[in-house]
Design a protein around this ligand. Structure first.
Ligand SMILES: *Cc1c(COP(=O)(O)O)cnc(C)c1O
Length: 361
């Protein structure tokens, strides 16, 4: 079998050091250690320290671990919203966040835009009753990304609302000032190049206060995980449940590697590789960027419209060992999606771009 390279937008290629860390983890019996042991506590604190340093998270913010980003959507609504959240919706993931608020019996509002664009934040009107603005910074289903400046503008316009940002398919690339928002989250199988099954939740003290308020009002903030219990356990470098210890360990190691490479280098390389891919789809007669406004074009998930059946493109690339993503949902047959994560080397991206340009007509 030809060696396969995964350019899928998650799960995706593993970060190149994962194999080595995994071998070491097995040798050190990481999957067998107790989650109440000193050994676990030091994995917890090491991983938290590295995440905070890599993303430049404010000192008083917390890092908690969950099952996935999907879980965090639910927990944010339960812990930070009594009644009304406001969602910027421009694709399947942001829509799901909104839908979860409905499922949990809240009264969310939404500002929608066409897929492939971002809602116009100048149109956002909030009443005083609104508690939280939910933003999907990088909409993985369409490749549309909010510039961080727009998030900061929302912060300035709405100082009383909490702001929650889904950075699942953009962190650590996205250079977001976390002190300007209240909560953010990601899953590790996207830009961190790890096996799926771990979510990371970044939480400000304001979110904790809100969760305490909701609990005091007699409502549940979640039973498997809620902010108050996550915080109580994290204080001891522990989690309420038996967590995904192995992936927490690997995340600590990979963030350490990323710190060694340097976040600026990772961001510079990501921007370069994105330019290579956009150049290829702009130049090709077969593809064009689905996101037409440059300021909204994601650097980490590149989505192209294809005037050729997407599954045939996918099959052709597969023969060269390149696995790309199909379009999301009803775009399945006319889009291709390519991940540009830290795990993807310049050489691999250049080869992919070359292939895209030279697909036979
Ligand atoms: C993948 C993804 C999620 C969901 O992540 P899970 O690990 O499947 O829970 C949420 N938001 C965005 C933007 C994503 O790309």
């Amino acid at each position: 079998m030809t060696k396969q390279f995964f350019f899928t937008p998650g799960p995706s290629a593993l970060f190149y050091t994962v194999e080595e860390h995994l071998k070491k983890a097995l040798k050190e019996n990481i999957p067998s250690i107790s989650h109440r042991s000193k050994a676990f506590e030091s994995i917890f604190s090491f991983t938290v320290k590295n995440i905070k340093q890599l993303l430049d998270i404010p000192e008083d913010y917390h890092i908690f671990f969950t099952g996935s980003a999907t879980e965090v959507w639910e927990r944010i609504i339960q812990n930070c919203v009594s009644n009304e959240s406001y969602h910027l919706v421009n694709g399947a993931f942001s829509e799901r966040f909104y839908q979860i608020a409905i499922d949990l019996g809240k009264n969310p509002l939404q500002l929608k835009s066409e897929p492939g664009s971002c809602p116009d934040i100048n149109k956002l009107l909030l009443s005083e009753k609104n508690e939280l603005i939910a933003i999907t910074q990088n909409e993985t289903s369409t490749g549309a990304a909010f510039p961080v400046e727009e998030i900061y503008k929302l912060r300035d316009s709405f100082p009383d609302q909490m702001i929650a940002v889904d950075v699942v398919s953009s962190a650590p690339y996205i250079n977001l000032d976390y002190s300007k928002i209240d909560t953010a989250f990601f899953s590790v199988q996207k830009c961190f190049g790890l096996p799926a099954g771990l979510g990371v939740w970044i939480v400000s003290p304001k979110c904790i206060e809100k969760a305490e308020f909701i609990e005091k009002s007699g409502y549940s903030t979640g039973s498997y995980h809620c902010l108050t219990s996550l915080k109580a356990y994290a204080k001891k470098n522990q989690t309420p449940e038996t967590p995904n210890v192995l992936t927490m360990y690997l995340l600590g190691k990979v963030t350490e590697d990323m710190l060694r490479i340097g976040i600026n280098q990772i961001r510079k390389d990501t921007a370069y590789k994105a330019a290579v891919l956009y150049h290829a789809i702009n130049k090709s007669t077969r593809f064009s960027p689905f996101v037409t406004e440059e300021k909204y074009q994601s650097k980490t998930v590149i989505v192209a419209k294809s005037n050729y059946p997407a599954n045939e493109v996918e099959e052709t690339l597969k023969k060269s060992g390149m696995i790309i993503g199909k379009g999301y949902g009803h775009f399945k047959n006319n889009h291709i999606r390519m991940a540009n994560f830290p795990a993807h080397s310049k050489e691999q991206i250049e080869l992919l771009a070359d292939k895209i340009l030279n697909l036979e007509n």
